[in-house]
Ligand binder design. Sequence first.
Ligand code: ZN
Length: 75
Amino acid sequence: MKQQPRFDIDLDKHYNATLVIACSDCGRETRLHMKTLIPDRSVHCQCGSPIAMSPGAMLQAERRVDAIKAAYRVR
Ligand SMILES: [Zn+2]
């Protein structure tokens, strides 16, 4: 199975979600806006390693955003 990137989610004050994806090669974090993210579109870290989110990982990320919003009671 392909290794999934590790990621964190940040919500700004407008509750826009940003994915913070850690590169598995160099550990550098790349920030991507959830709204502009397309599954399997190849995004590359500054070191050149691909950090694409698979559809499965995207789904996981969306669920996490939902959970965070629920915690903030913004739904
Ligand atoms: Zn990297």
